[in-house]
Design a protein around this ligand. Structure first.
Ligand code: SF4
Ligand code: SF4
Length: 262
């Protein structure tokens, strides 16, 4: 497993004002079990796919590459070796369907793990930067609850939760590949540029989620890229893989999200 960087170089205090901003206009990452519950609650779940050209294995000290490697599966896109990262997320629209008018969570005791962890940083290679969180400035004033001391989250339960979230992403990499095979999902965005967002029939998705954690034979997927930058599309095709132009791909089951700034 990849090593951790300090949670922050500075000590941080935190006090949640219950403003509800972290429950608005976001895609909410979910585990397989959480996604099944989410769908059973009649809320939609999407399948996010990214692919990384992977002609060679990374050096042992390339931690960002190793982080992606352990959360992905080897596959092919035409004749190009790739690693495919699959994740699940719930679209929240203007706000999460569980956010009540008084800004309280209707499912608080069973809310997803990323909700429990917020505003902590789930990626152990990144530091928590308050300016990248939805929380208003007054949340971070000294005098709140101690959140980080000497580079570590103070709360043992939070440290365990972040460890569980990270471990789960590794454990679920193979089942999520099986999920894609079962649903015939085979389009992935070029990582670092965007996300391919699949919105399959929700009954079929729920069934596939229930079955994907059982080891089973699955046929290797031949993945197709989707990208929006002409130079990237040209480079991918030159490597022997198919690549869809993002602007021509949108329909009700496949959307493309560009990463900010690209
Ligand atoms: S499940 Fe609850 S805590 Fe999580 S985003 Fe929705 S309203 Fe917020
Ligand atoms: S955005 Fe921050 S302060 Fe606001 S409810 Fe979420 S965790 Fe609390």
């Amino acid at each position: 497993m990849t090593r951790c960087t300090p949670a922050s170089r500075d000590d941080l205090d935190f006090h949640c004002t219950q403003c509800g901003k972290c429950c608005e206009e976001l895609w909410l990452p979910l585990s397989i079990a959480e996604a099944i519950t989410w769908i059973r609650d009649s809320n939609p779940v999407a399948v996010f796919c990214q692919a990384i050209p992977w002609p060679d294995e990374p050096a042992p000290d390339n931690l960002p590459a190793l982080y992606k490697r352990e959360r992905s599966c080897a596959a092919m896109a035409g004749t190009l070796p790739v690693r495919v990262l699959v994740s699940l997320a719930a679209p929240q629209g203007n706000h999460c369907p569980n956010l009540q008018a008084d800004k309280r969570c209707a499912i608080y005791p069973r809310r997803p793990s990323v909700c429990r962890a917020y505003p902590a940083e789930p990626n152990p290679l990144l530091q928590l930067l308050p300016q990248q969180r939805r929380c208003p400035p007054e949340c971070w004033q000294a005098g709140g609850e101690p959140l980080i001391r000497e580079g570590e989250y103070v709360d043992a339960g939070l440290r365990q939760l972040l460890s569980d979230v990270g471990g789960r992403a590794i454990i679920e990499a193979a089942p999520l590949q099986r999920l894609c095979a079962a649903l015939e999902i085979h389009v992935a965005a070029l990582a670092n540029e965007g996300f391919a967002v699949h919105l399959p029939d929700q009954n079929a998705l729920c069934t596939a989620l229930e079955q994907c954690t059982s080891p089973q034979d699955s046929h290797p997927q031949d993945w197709t890229f989707i990208a929006h930058m002409p130079a990237s599309i040209e480079a991918i095709r030159a490597c022997g893989a198919q690549c869809i132009q993002a602007d021509s791909a949108g329909d009700h089951t496949l959307q493309y999200i560009r990463l900010a700034g690209l």
